[in-house]
Structure formats: C-alpha cells, structure tokens
Design a protein around this ligand. Structure first.
Ligand SMILES: NC(=O)C1=CN([C@@H]2O[C@H](COP(=O)(O)OP(=O)(O)OC[C@H]3O[C@@H](n4cnc5c(N)ncnc54)[C@H](OP(=O)(O)O)[C@@H]3O)[C@@H](O)[C@H]2O)C=CC1
Ligand SMILES: O=C(O)[C@@H]1CCC=N1
Length: 278
C-alpha cells in the first residue's frame, strides 16, 4: 500500500484527503501534520488519521515524510521551499513530493531537495472533497511514468486529472483552481437576489445551490450533444424572462469580466512566483 503524508492539512490538502479516503485509501496509511495542536486535533477527529502538530513536535513534518511514498505539501506558497528543505534529509529517494501550492515552481522545490528527488507540481480544486474535482499535474524529469501514474491514480478517484506542461498550470489555476470560488460567488448573488425579491433566505440559498448543482450536472452529462452556449440557449425563450437576464448581464459586460477575473487569477500566480524568486 502507498504510504501518504499530508504536510499542512488545511482546506486544500483536507479536500485531497477526503477524496483519497472516499476512494478507499486506508486512514492507517496516512499521516498528516499541521502547525497548531488545536488544528491537528480537529483534523484528526474529522478524518480519522494521525495528525502531528509542529507546535508540540518540531519533528512532525520529518516524521511524517520519512514514512511516506507520496508526500503532499499543503502549506501556503511562501512556506513550500522551507518545508522542502526541512524534510530533505528525511525523504527516501523514491518518495514523490507533490505540492498543491499555487505559484511554486518545480525548480524552486528542486533547489531545496536532494538531487533527482521526484517532484510533482499539482493544482487541484476543493471539489476534490466530494469526488468532483479537477487537478492539473506537471512532473519533474526525475518522476518516472509509473510514479506519475501512481499519483494520477490517487487523485483520479476524486476528480479529473490532467497531466500538463508546467507552463500551463497558472492557466489551469485561473480556470479551475480558483474556479469554485467564482461559482460560489455566482450562487451567493443568485441567493441574495432571491432574498431581495422577498424569498426566505434559507429557501433562496437552497434554490441557488440546487440550480448551480443541476446546471453543473447537465454540463458534464450533456456536453457531448450540446456545447455550453447551446445549453444556455435551451433555457432562453425568445423574448422571455431569461433573455432579459442575459441582456442585463451583457450590458454589464459580465462575460468579459469573468474572463478578466480568471486571467487575473493566473496573472497573480505568476506575480507570486516572481515575488518568491526575489
Ligand atoms: N484553498 C484552495 O481552494 C486551494 C489552495 N491551493 C494551495 O493549497 C495550499 C494551502 O492552502 P489552503 O489549504 O487554502 O490553506 P490553509 O490555511 O487552509 O491550510 C494551510 C495548512 O498548513 C498548516 N501549516 C502551516 N504551517 C505549517 C508547518 N510549518 N508545518 C505543517 N503544517 C503547517 C496549517 O496548520 P494550522 O491550521 O495549524 O495553521 C494548515 O493546516 C496553498 O499553497 C494554496 O496555494 C491550491 C488549490 C486550491
Ligand atoms: O487563492 C489561492 O491563492 C488558492 C490557489 C487556487 C485557489 N486558491
């Protein structure tokens, strides 16, 4: 069985772990770490895995990493290189280091790890936690096809896996890594509109959530026959209610704004990379 370490068990690594456990990975094969003891206890209860807290045990990350075949780094981007340096000596040569951090390049990680340590730069999204995620992977030259397949298989149980050139990861971040937030933002405003029109807040939130879920399900299930624009047109009766809504969105240039937002996310990733490179 593949032994897994999750170093930094917050929103993103937590979502990855939920997916791994749901896909049949045994909790006994996973050790997590967090900074604070409080968070370690909470996450341990939540997932049923051992979680070591750096606050209580300075060797938490190295202990977890030493036992692992795959190490997921789930700390903030500015912490990743230091974490690589911290675990460098504990890693075995075959252990694959998988970072989920935005903006941290393979080269940055390699600079703090042993020569030829296999490194994968991943960009998942939080719907991994419900088995409906997206993850992009870019592998260093030290990663064997078998190791890429192992990581892709681990993550593939929680979403669709796309092996890309590293140069494409920022674009994937702009569309899919940050993407769930755009959809939640849409749902927030749909629900708020319902409340403004007199609906009970709970009902409005349910209507927005179920509508986003149903539309997403149609996008996945009907995409072969209809492109997205056709699915939209199917809702839009000539001179009906939806047409008026879409005209309102177009007048506010919402399409261009959404594209600008996704591009701003990708540009921010590149900006953080430049900042980290000093
Ligand atoms: N959130 C998202 O949707 C996505 C996030 N990412 C990437 O995931 C990474 C983590 O983000 P996110 O999960 O949102 O952040 P969180 O703040 O939710 O999680 C960070 C985790 O790191 C832990 N931590 C901090 N310092 C250490 C340390 N020295 N050793 C071990 N653990 C430590 C924290 O512990 P404690 O709780 O005790 O402070 C916490 O569990 C980022 O690099 C981000 O770019 C990528 C794709 C999507
Ligand atoms: O907002 C962020 O920086 C992270 C990366 C992608 C999603 N969340």
């Amino acid at each position: 069985m593949t032994k897994i370490a999750m170093l930094g068990l917050g929103s993103m690594n937590g979502a990855v772990l939920s997916g791994l456990l749901a896909s049949g990975v045994s909790a006994e094969d996973v050790v997590g770490t967090s900074r604070s003891a409080e968070s370690a206890q909470q996450r341990s209860q939540q997932y049923g895995v051992t979680v070591l807290a750096e606050e209580h045990d300075a060797a938490a990350n190295t202990t977890a990493a030493a036992q692992a075949d795959v190490v997921f780094l789930g700390v903030k981007p500015h912490q990743v290189v230091d974490l690589c340096a911290e675990i460098k000596e504990a890693l075995r040569p075959h252990t694959v280091v998988v970072s989920v951090a935005a903006a941290v390049t393979i080269a940055m990680m390699e600079s703090a790890l042993a020569e030829r340590q296999p490194v994968i730069r991943a960009m998942p999204n939080t719907p991994m936690s419900v088995g409906a995620g997206v993850v992009g992977l870019a592998a260093s030259s030290a990663v064997s096809p078998q190791q890429t397949q192992t990581v892709a298989q681990l993550l593939g149980a929680s979403g669709s896996v796309h092996v890309l050139e590293e140069e494409q990861i920022d674009a994937l971040t702009g569309v899919a890594g940050s993407g769930p937030a755009y959809t939640f933002y849409l749902a927030e405003h749909m629900a708020a509109a319902g409340v403004e029109m007199g609906l009970d807040p709970e009902l409005a939130a349910d209507l927005a959530a179920q509508t986003v879920y149903g539309a997403g399900k149609m996008l996945i299930e009907n995409r072969g026959d209809n492109d997205v624009a056709q699915l939209r047109r199917n809702v839009t009766s000539p001179n009906g209610t939806t047409q008026r809504a879409i005209e309102t969105f177009d007048a506010a240039q919402m399409g261009a704004t959404i594209r600008a937002g996704a591009q701003a996310s990708a540009a921010r990733a590149a900006e953080i990379t430049a900042q980290l490179q000093g």
